[in-house]
Design a protein around this ligand. Structure first.
Ligand SMILES: *Cc1c(COP(=O)(O)O)cnc(C)c1O
Length: 378
């Protein structure tokens, strides 16, 4: 949760300024006479520019972003949407919420979508594919896109966990038709809750903008109460306060990734020749959110986890929140066939340890941790 870890005066000053100097309007739209700024619209512009995208739509959460992305592509009740077994439940919830059918595919040693499994899972009913860039590492988007393009299936990149990451010279979120990020409290940058939907497609953006705001077309010639509409939507807006914080946090993203990189590299340098690490696709720029390695020996694995807990690093997702991140455990949402399609993933994940990279800890803390783990291995 690096974004939250470096919240400081900058965020609180910006909030103070909103109330003391800018009129204190909390709503994204209208009230023109009372305000000096439109922070939500600003935040969207900055967020689009940052990742070289034409359009960005701010919404209330990453989960809402996924749902609106699916709706914008015209995914309907009964359609199939493919996503992966190592994930967060939100992706499945967004698919289920619109009445579509989640189709699970296994992950490989990148811990992201297996390209072979994806190929096998596509049917005539497949309407969208949601690869997830889990814990800072890009999915194999080149291969996934080739398959999707050939079958004319749209891709939504779930980039809630790898904001700022790249594959080749392209930012994650810009490779598929749509990309989504989250600003919830645990993410790379945060405004408490929130999300952003990215696309270069004007028509999709128009739908997103209207749908997230009760269908409002924001017709400039009309007062809001007389606004035109062509679809009905829902309320997935964010407030000016969230956008004020989001803007400051966005300006810190590069710094956050660099700080994480320094810490991550301490572990990487020490351990890479002694241990099997998570595979990272070629030409990736990762975001150094989590350092993941595999230990097959159960006793040793437990000993390392114990050390991580004792030294107050803890683990991230693997294993501490595995039940929220592996679809093998989601029998409250998925049928037995889907659960079976998660078994190989469960087996891979059960040998993995995920070390969170925390900005509250020093670079030396990670150096020492690397030495400690190395001692246990050799
Ligand atoms: C956090 C997360 C989401 C959901 O984001 P919220 O803003 O918490 O709704 C979706 N997918 C993944 C992979 C996530 O990590």
């Amino acid at each position: 949760m690096p974004g939250w870890e470096i919240i400081d005066k900058k965020e609180s000053n910006a909030i103070q300024k909103l109330f003391k100097k800018e009129g204190g309007v909390l709503f994204a739209h209208g009230f023109d006479k009372f305000r000096k700024k439109y922070h939500v619209r600003d935040f969207e512009k900055l967020a689009a520019k940052k990742f070289k995208m034409n359009y960005a739509q701010a919404v209330s959460s990453g989960t809402a972003a996924l749902k609106i992305a699916l709706l914008s592509l015209g995914v309907k009740r009964g359609d199939e949407v493919i996503t992966q077994a190592f994930n967060f439940i939100a992706t499945i919830e967004a698919i289920l919420d619109i009445g579509a059918k989640p189709i699970i595919v296994e992950v490989d040693k990148t811990l992201n979508m297996s390209v072979t499994a994806l190929k096998k899972a596509i049917t005539k009913k497949t309407k969208a594919i949601i690869p997830v860039h889990m814990l800072g590492v890009p999915a194999k988007m080149n291969e996934i896109k080739l398959i999707a393009d050939r079958k004319k299936i749209k891709i939504i990149e779930d980039n809630c966990e790898a904001m700022g990451g790249k594959l080749g010279n392209k930012y994650l979120c810009s490779i598929g038709e749509i990309g989504v990020v989250s600003f919830d409290f645990s993410k790379s940058i945060t405004c408490g809750e929130g999300g952003m939907i990215y696309t270069n497609n004007k028509k999709l953006f128009k739908f997103m903008r209207e749908y997230h705001d009760h269908g409002h077309e924001n017709n400039k010639q009309l007062p809001r109460g007389m606004d035109t509409r062509s679809i009905y939507g829902f309320n997935y807006r964010i407030t000016e306060m969230q956008a004020v914080i989001g803007k400051v946090q966005l300006s810190k993203l590069d710094k956050i990734i660099n700080m994480q990189k320094k810490r991550y590299n301490q572990l990487n340098k020490k351990l890479k020749n002694h241990i099997e690490l998570r595979e990272i696709p070629k030409n990736s720029k990762i975001t150094y959110d989590t350092f993941i390695f595999f230990i097959k020996n159960k006793l040793l694995r437990n000993q390392i986890i114990e050390i991580l807990n004792k030294k107050n690093f803890g683990t991230k997702n693997l294993p501490d929140a595995i039940k929220w991140h592996c679809s093998a455990y989601w029998d409250h949402a998925l049928n037995s066939k889907q659960i079976k399609r998660s078994i190989s993933t469960k087996n891979i994940l059960s040998t993995a340890i995920a070390v969170p990279i925390s900005l509250k800890r020093t670079v030396d803390d990670y150096k020492n941790l690397g030495n400690l783990i190395l001692e246990m291995l050799t």
